[in-house]
Design a protein around this ligand. Structure first.
Ligand SMILES: C[S@@+](CC[C@H](N)C(=O)[O-])C[C@H]1O[C@@H](n2cnc3c(N)ncnc32)[C@H](O)[C@@H]1O
Length: 368
C-alpha cells in the first residue's frame, strides 16, 4: 500500500470508527504514519476532501475507498447524507455551500488581555504568515496563508492569539458587552465566548459559567486562566441548566448544545454523525427546554445561538418568542425566510461570510 493511501485510510479509520474530529484524526495519523516528502498542508487538504466526499465513496475496505477517491478526486462530489441534502436545498444555495467547504478558512482573535494588535501583526509578518484584519471586529484576523502550523506558534500556545471562528465573536457581540454587568452563560465550556466577553469588558464584568460536563468545566477554568481572565470575576456552576440555579443576572447567553452542523467547513467529520434527522430532533428538544428554563431568570436580555444549519435548532426554537425577538446585526443576513422569526435573527454561512454556520437571535426580556 502506498504511503499516502495508508495515511488517508488511517485518518478515515479514526474518523469512522473512533469518532475523532478531523484535526485529532489527522494528528494521530501523522504521529504514527507520517508519509515522507508530502507537504502536511496538502495532506490535510486531502484528508478534509476525502471526508467531505465520504457519502459519495463506494462500499468496501477503507484502502479501496481511499484509492477510489485519489483516482477520482478532481471529479468526485461533496456529499451530505440524503435527508440533509433534501432539507438544506429548500433553505439555502447548497452548491455554493459545498463549493466553499473545500477551502480552509481560519480566523483568530488577538487576545487584548495579554498582548496588543501591533505586536501580533509584527509577529505574524516576521513568520511570513499572510493575514487580513477583519472589517467588523478590530481584534479578529483571517489567516490567509501559513507555511507553519499555527498551533506551534508561541503566541498561540500563550493564548495571545486564540484560534476561533468569527461566528463566536458575533455571538458575544450580540450581547453588547458592558463593563460592570453580570452575565450568565448557561452552557459555557470550553469558554471561548466567556473569555471574549471578559476581554471586551477589560475583565470588568462578572460572569457565571454553567455547564453539565465537569471535565469540560475544568478545561474551561484552565483556558480562562491562560487567557488572562481575572478569575475572581468568574463563578463556575456545575449544573444541568434545564434545572438552573441562577435567579438573576443582567444578561444571559444560551450558546446551546447542538448538532454542530454549522462547523462542517472546519470539521467535516461531523457529517458522519448526521446520518439521520433523529439527532437533530433530540437537540431541538434539549434546546427548547434550556431556553424555557433560562427565561425564568430575571434579566434584561438573552442571546440564543447555535452552530447549526438546521431550522429545528434555530428558528423553530425561538419562534414562540417572536414578539420579543430582535435581529442582532443589520449588516448580516436574516434567518431562513421560510420562518416568520427569521427576520428577527441572523444566520452566517461559510459561503457568504467565510464563517461557520451560526444562528443568532436576541430576546428582549424587558418586553416579557
Ligand atoms: C456549543 S458548546 C458551548 C461553547 C461555549 N459557549 C464556548 O464558547 O466555548 C455547548 C455546551 O453545552 C454543554 N451542555 C450540554 N447539555 C447541557 C445542559 N443540559 N446543561 C448545561 N450545559 C449543557 C456541553 O457540555 C457543551 O460544553
Amino acid at each position: 500500500m502506498s504511503e499516502i493511501v495508508k495515511f488517508l485510510a488511517t485518518v478515515l479509520y479514526y474518523v469512522e470508527k473512533k469518532n475523532f474530529p478531523l484535526a485529532v484524526a489527522f494528528k494521530r495519523a501523522y504521529l504514527y504514519n507520517k508519509p515522507r516528502k508530502i507537504d502536511s498542508n496538502l495532506l490535510y487538504d486531502y484528508s478534509k476532501r476525502l471526508i467531505l466526499s465520504y457519502y459519495a465513496l463506494p462500499q468496501g475496505k477503507r484502502s479501496f475507498k481511499v484509492r477510489y477517491w485519489l483516482e477520482n478526486k478532481e471529479n468526485i462530489e461533496i456529499k451530505f447524507p440524503n435527508w440533509m441534502e433534501e432539507k438544506l436545498s429548500t433553505l439555502l444555495d447548497i452548491n455554493a455551500l459545498k463549493g466553499k467547504l473545500k477551502e480552509r478558512c481560519v480566523w483568530a482573535r488577538i487576545n487584548l488581555l495579554k498582548t496588543d494588535i501591533d505586536k501580533i501583526y509584527r509577529e505574524l509578518e516576521g513568520k511570513n504568515i499572510e493575514f487580513e484584519s477583519d472589517k467588523d471586529f478590530y481584534y479578529m484576523i483571517k489567516i490567509k496563508k501559513s507555511s507553519v502550523r499555527l498551533s506551534s506558534l508561541s503566541i498561540v500556545k500563550d493564548c495571545k492569539l486564540i484560534i476561533h471562528d468569527k461566528g463566536s465573536s458575533l455571538v458575544v457581540e450580540a450581547l453588547k458587552p458592558e463593563i460592570g454587568e453580570k452575565v450568565v452563560d448557561l452552557s459555557s465550556a470550553p469558554g471561548i465566548k466567556a473569555s471574549l466577553y471578559m476581554m471586551l469588558t477589560e475583565n470588568r464584568a462578572e460572569i457565571f459559567l454553567a455547564d453539565v460536563d465537569f471535565k469540560r468545566l475544568l478545561k474551561e477554568y484552565s483556558l480562562l486562566k491562560r487567557c488572562g481572565v481575572d478569575l475572581s470575576k468568574i463563578h463556575i456552576i456545575y449544573q444541568d441548566s434545564t434545572k438552573n440555579s441562577v435567579i438573576r443576572s443582567d444578561k444571559i447567553l444560551l450558546d446551546a448544545p447542538c448538532s454542530s452542523s454549522g462547523m462542517i467547513n472546519n470539521d467535516p467529520s461531523i457529517l458522519l454523525k448526521l446520518w439521520d434527522n433523529e439527532k437533530i430532533e433530540r437537540f431541538a428538544k434539549l434546546q427548547k427546554s434550556l431556553l424555557s428554563e433560562s427565561l425564568k431568570i430575571t434579566a434584561n436580555k438573552l442571546v440564543y445561538a447555535v452552530c447549526s444549519l438546521f431550522p429545528e435548532e434555530g428558528e423553530k426554537v425561538i419562534e414562540d418568542y417572536y414578539e420579543i425577538a430582535e435581529k442582532p446585526f443589520s449588516n448580516y443576513q436574516s434567518g431562513y425566510s421560510l420562518f416568520k422569526v427569521g427576520e428577527k435573527s441572523n444566520r452566517t454561512f461559510p459561503h457568504t461570510d467565510s464563517t461557520e454556520g451560526f444562528f443568532i437571535s436576541t430576546l428582549n426580556l424587558t418586553k416579557l
